[in-house]
Ligand binder design. Structure first.
Ligand code: CA
Ligand code: CA
Length: 202
């Protein structure tokens, strides 16, 4: 899945690494998604891709569930009841369908190693199948990486990592059953990994 920059492509005026190609140098992998390498040796930085740290808006669900989009469900914060891993948590309540989910869409350069983690706990629908997904957007709508755990009565953290295949990237928390009721999530995080050792980060 990893795409490495082809440095033999010197027929163009510059090497455009702006869409997430990776340079592999001396056994190190360097993310070049923020850089445009020019033939004269200079590097242009792309300010729009300089976002570091937490990419999600409202990753904590404390006080509200704004910035997340609901499909086949309603979403709400447990506020003011608390009960999350920290403060309040997300409540997904099924309104229809087999798969009910909340997501955020972010534009991330192709070829970027990203990591998504979130805590999962059973709601009123009981211990049921869930999914934590990083998905590439249109036209493929392909799951880059996912886990499908069964929820339990305790908060359990799940982490997935993968390399983006489109700029359109979706972080998704999903209740995977047609049972009426709720499933709970808290303390989500979507970040750009800085090295491949981050893949196993939990
Ligand atoms: Ca929280
Ligand atoms: Ca709160």
């Amino acid at each position: 899945m990893t795409t490495y920059l082809d440095v033999s492509q010197t027929s163009t005026s510059h090497l455009d690494a702006g869409h997430g190609a990776l340079l592999k140098c001396d056994n190190d992998v360097i993310l070049c998604s923020t850089e445009e390498w020019l033939c004269d040796g200079s590097v242009n930085m792309r300010p729009s891709f300089l976002v570091q740290g937490e990419l999600l808006a409202n990753p904590t669900f404390n006080d509200n569930a704004t910035d997340w989009t609901a499909v086949d469900c309603t979403i709400a914060s447990s506020h003011p009841a608390g009960g999350g891993v920290s403060d309040d948590h997300l409540i997904i309540t099924r309104t229809g369908g087999t798969f009910q989910y909340a997501y955020q869409r972010h534009l991330i350069p192709v070829g970027t190693l990203v990591r998504f983690s979130v805590y999962l706990k059973s709601g009123s629908s009981g211990n049921e199948s869930a999914s934590i997904i990083i998905q590439g957007g249109t036209p493929g709508f392909t799951a880059i990486t996912a886990v499908n755990p069964t929820s339990s009565a305790s908060w359990v953290k799940y982490t997935v990592s993968g390399v983006t295949i489109t700029e359109d990237t979706y972080a998704i928390v999903l209740k995977r059953s047609a049972t009426a009721g709720t499933m709970l999530f808290d303390e989500a995080s979507l970040t750009i990994a800085t090295s491949y050792s981050d893949i196993s980060y939990t």
